[in-house]
Design a protein around this ligand. Structure first.
Ligand SMILES: *[C@@H]1O[C@H](CO)[C@@H](O)[C@H](O)[C@H]1NC(C)=O
Ligand SMILES: *[C@@H]1O[C@H](CO)[C@@H](O)[C@H](O)[C@H]1NC(C)=O
Length: 408
């Protein structure tokens, strides 16, 4: 009996320790977020354990478990017609508002979901609901691209899928089939999807045929660079739910198909030290000392190593590829970007990726709308409906939809 009590107390103590993570009081609904984070961490730990015991790749296990909880219950929405199709071999989910309007042609939005290039999908409940809300709120045709995921494919395949599907949609005959106005098309995505959206925009701009085909880009807490894991937001939020710095660095190594042992050099910026010649020039393009407004720099200091680990870039040259890190694009290419909306959250390692990109685009003469949330955390925009409702989730979603409606 006594033994059982000791065991029970130990379990409760362990449970509380596992769930409890000190969070800033100004973050949106900290207690709810703490539990959400514990569920996320628990799922990740379970996936790593299954991987260890040979049940399958941890990303596949993780995607399976999260997919199970994020399954779509046959939900009917009278105002939006949902169809699954294929564009140039790539799975697509189309959200078409059925409500009759005066205008004959509708606006079009290409959407790329987030999830570290590994998780989520156009057909999961979170993204299905988001795209329905956007289609209905903007009265636009939303094309959600089901690009292939890790660990089946790595960089640049996710981007190639996004690019091929986008180019297919932009064909005059395809736009006509969906009654979409060719002069009113936006591209958008969140997190890793924001990375793909920004990269697709830059790639299209290099293409004589496609240049000027996109009217707007809307990037939601995008991932934009792999060269500095010590921006003020990476330092401030390294243990913040639901995306820690360690987990983000691990997603990067997966995406670029690099060796896991490089994670520690990455976290201390050893991959972009002074003895790595190719990286030094690029670091100017993500120099947060000059690109961030002073309010965001706080007391943080740049982390630049004199001597580092040059093997990282030697073995993973994709680290210097602008298609992976849209933030390091040349100014000449940025000048060709469309009008831009960038949403950032205070409690997010990726906050400064977004802020620096906004600043570089502005310096290249592009009109940029910054939309920053002081109580926001990474991923909040998909938590806008029951049972995972956060007030900041609903606010980000409403303002994002309003911006698209006003500008597209
Ligand atoms: C970054 O910007 C600061 C301030 O403008 C400057 O002092 C520093 O030399 C720059 N660093 C690099 C690597 O360009
Ligand atoms: C960073 O590089 C230095 C110099 O090569 C090395 O001594 C140090 O161990 C490296 N740090 C990590 C975390 O890899």
């Amino acid at each position: 009996m006594k033994c059982a009590w000791i065991l029970l107390s130990a379990l409760v103590a362990f449970g509380a320790y596992y769930v409890y993570a000190p969070l800033p009081s100004s973050i949106s609904e900290p207690w709810k977020l703490m539990f959400l984070d514990a569920v996320f961490r628990g799922t990740q730990d379970l996936s790593n354990l299954m991987h260890y015991f040979g049940f399958g790749h941890h990303l596949r296990v993780l995607n399976f478990i999260s997919g199970y909880f994020d399954k779509l219950d046959a939900e009917s929405c009278e105002n939006v017609q949902v169809t699954d199709t294929v564009f140039d071999g790539i799975q697509i989910r189309i959200f078409d508002p059925t409500e009759a309007h005066d205008e004959a042609l509708k606006r079009g939005i290409i959407y790329l979901h987030g999830g570290g290039w590994a998780l989520g999908g156009a057909r999961t409940r979170s993204y299905d609901q988001l795209c329905r809300a956007v289609a209905e709120g903007v009265n636009a045709v939303v094309v959600s691209i089901e690009y292939r995921l890790l660990p089946d494919v790595h960089f640049p395949e996710q981007l190639n899928d996004a690019l091929h599907a986008t180019k297919y949609f932009l064909r005059p005959a395809v736009l006509a089939e969906f009654s979409v106005d060719p002069s009113r098309i936006a591209i958008s995505g969140d997190s890793a999807g924001g990375n793909l959206a920004a990269a697709v925009c830059q790639q299209l701009a290099q293409d004589d045929y496609a240049v000027n085909k996109i009217k707007l880009q809307a990037l939601i807490y995008p991932v934009l660079q792999v060269l500095d894991f010590n921006t003020p937001s990476y330092q401030q939020n390294m243990d913040m739910p639901i995306l820690s710095r360690y987990v983000m660095a691990r997603f990067w190594l997966h995406y670029l198909n690099g060796n896991y042992n490089f994670i520690h050099p990455l976290l201390v910026n050893n991959h972009t030290s002074f003895d790595v010649n190719q990286a030094v020039a690029l670091r100017e393009r993500l120099n947060w000392s000059s690109l961030l407004p002073s309010g965001f720099k706080k007391h943080y200091k740049p982390v630049v190593q004199r001597m580092g680990t040059p093997q990282v870039i030697q073995e993973i040259p994709a680290m210097l590829d602008v298609r992976a890190s849209p933030l390091i694009a040349e100014r000449e290419n940025l000048k060709l970007m469309p009008k831009t909306y960038i949403l950032t959250c205070e409690y997010d390692v990726l906050r400064d990726d977004g802020l620096m990109y906004a600043k570089r685009l502005e310096e290249a003469g592009i009109e940029v709308t910054y939309d920053h949330y002081e109580d926001g955390f990474h991923g909040c925009m998909i938590f806008a409906t029951w049972p995972m409702y956060f007030s900041v989730g609903a606010r980000t979603r409403a303002n994002y939809i309003k911006w698209l409606d006003d500008n597209l």
